[in-house]
Design a binder for this molecule. Sequence first.
Ligand SMILES: [Zn+2]
Length: 232
Amino acid sequence: MSRPGTIGAQPGLEREYLTADLPGARQRALAELMAGNRRFVTDTLRHPNQNASHRAAVATEQHPFAVIVGCSDSRLAAEIIFDRGLGDLFVVRTAGHTIGPEVLGSVEYAVSVLRTPLVVVLGHDSCGAVQAARAAAATGTAPTGHLRAVVDAVVPSLRRAQQAGVDDLDAIVDIHIAQTVEAMLESSEALAAEVAAGGCAVVGMSYRLAAGEVRIVAAEPTEMAGVVAAAA
Ligand SMILES: [Zn+2]
């Protein structure tokens, strides 16, 4: 699956597709995302891979370099905040980035079949799903319908926050992101095996709605968190 190809919008910037079979692909994928987020924060967007010729180029096959498991919040659109385009990101979004079987199956497809080298769990400050779970816990009233599944999925993170004496909503969000990274690795043997083999990394990122900036709050393997510092 490591066919040569290109990512990036600059003319002449030829790169191989970042697949799990390439050495350094995990680090390069993370650096690419952080660079795109930096462009978004500083209002220097390039809108890569969004024109008609690229649309035609990726019509027959895809080699996304990152999976984004993000919250469904309308202000958290992955291609916008990472300044990417068609074929770059394999995106799965649920309220509170909760992970059921379909989400895990989608991640496993990207990692095992498409050979995507990086999985990002993307949460954000003021998350409504975390707020809803906190309200349900405080009042002892579970929401009705399928919303309950979202709230129930956040409860382990609330417990962990409570045990750590953390009460601030945005600090709880960061704990929930780290908890989601751990839960994903515990629940998906295929993903855990790829990470153990060095073909894939899972990184938790926390996004600030007003600033537009992501920051790494969890990483497996842990040394992935140092990629950004090294690239800066
Ligand atoms: Zn949210």
